[in-house]
Design a binder for this molecule. Structure first.
Ligand code: SAM
Ligand code: ZN
Length: 284
């Protein structure tokens, strides 16, 4: 039976980047059909093998729970905020790298959506809740031609990439020149930086003693157990960044920071804490 005309014709072999026939690579065998109807475009070699192991970990997680990341700050407001940033980039083609259960793909309006992730279970959900075209694929080896997308997101995913430089270079490759990359990422904040941020929040330039008291009481009440619960479920984290490292990595991969959204710079942004930042980048 002939396949319906979908965005799948955009897929390329992850290994040789050649066109696919029935989602398989006729040249090198790097892509090999579907799994539960989801194209498997991880390809071969040691990187693909490690990605499969990580995918199995996430499959177990997504099978045991739904809306896994909501309690870690990926709330409806956060989703809306990211979706607005994507839609603001204008109409075109959109790719979500590490799309998970498809929260963003389900909501975008102005773009044709694509999602890749290592977890088949996550992608089954993403496919059910959106019209996006999805595939099991690694950020480090995106199964798309050059300059295919107008906007790319990766939300809470770069921390988990096995090869973050390789993945960022791939994201740049599949973006059109001047295309947008919206990256949400956790960064490591030193105690001194935390102190400075809190001083700016509660003491200077405008003293806010009431807010400070409320925050101190909240912290005391929440306690250690609660703080630990907030970082569950545990995931295979590969990278923890200092802000300067992120900037260098992005610049070297061909991006310019158009806007950096932090809790201090954009208090209206629904970020769960100072440790999360949203980079709005332009491919140069
Ligand atoms: C914290 S979850 C975030 C999911 C989604 N972006 C969201 O915000 O709901 C991280 C996701 O990245 C995926 N992931 C991890 N490493 C990846 C890689 N190398 N390539 C593609 N996806 C990856 C995981 O399978 C997982 O679904
Ligand atoms: Zn091939």
């Amino acid at each position: 039976m002939e396949e319906p005309a979908t965005g799948r014709s955009l897929f390329r072999c992850p290994d040789c980047r050649g066109p696919l026939h029935d989602l398989a690579c006729p040249v090198c065998g790097g892509a090999d059909g579907t799994s539960d109807g989801i194209p498997d475009l991880l390809g071969g070699g040691p990187l693909a093998q490690r990605c499969r192991e990580i995918g199995a970990y996430y499959d177990a997680l997504y099978t045991s729970r739904t809306d896994v990341w909501r309690e870690q700050g990926h709330t409806d407001e956060f989703t809306r905020y990211i979706v607005d940033l994507v839609d603001a980039a204008g109409p075109g083609r959109y790719l979500d790298v590490g799309c998970g259960e498809g929260l963003f793909l389900a909501e975008v309006q102005r773009v044709e959506g694509f999602g890749v992730d290592l977890s088949r279970q996550a992608l089954l959900r993403a496919r059910a809740r959106s019209r996006a075209t999805v595939a099991i694929a690694a950020a480090e080896r995106l199964p798309f031609p050059d300059s295919a997308f107008d906007v790319v997101t990766s939300i809470g995913a770069m921390e988990h990439f096995l090869d973050d430089v390789g993945a960022t270079t791939e994201i740049r490759r599949v973006l059109k020149r001047r295309g947008r990359y919206v990256l949400a990422l956790l960064v490591e904040i030193t105690p001194a930086e935390r102190l400075y941020i809190k001083a700016r929040e509660f003491l200077w330039p405008q003293p806010r003693p009431l807010m400070l008291t409320r925050w101190l009481l909240q912290r005391a009440r929440r306690g250690r157990a609660e703080r630990q619960r907030r970082i569950l479920p545990q995931q295979p984290v590969q990278n923890l960044y200092r802000p300067r490292q992120v900037r260098t990595l992005l610049e070297r991969s061909g991006f310019r920071t158009a806007r950096l959204i932090t809790k201090v710079a954009s208090p209206e942004a629904p970020l769960p804490g100072h440790y999360m930042r949203i980079y709005c980048l332009e491919a140069i």
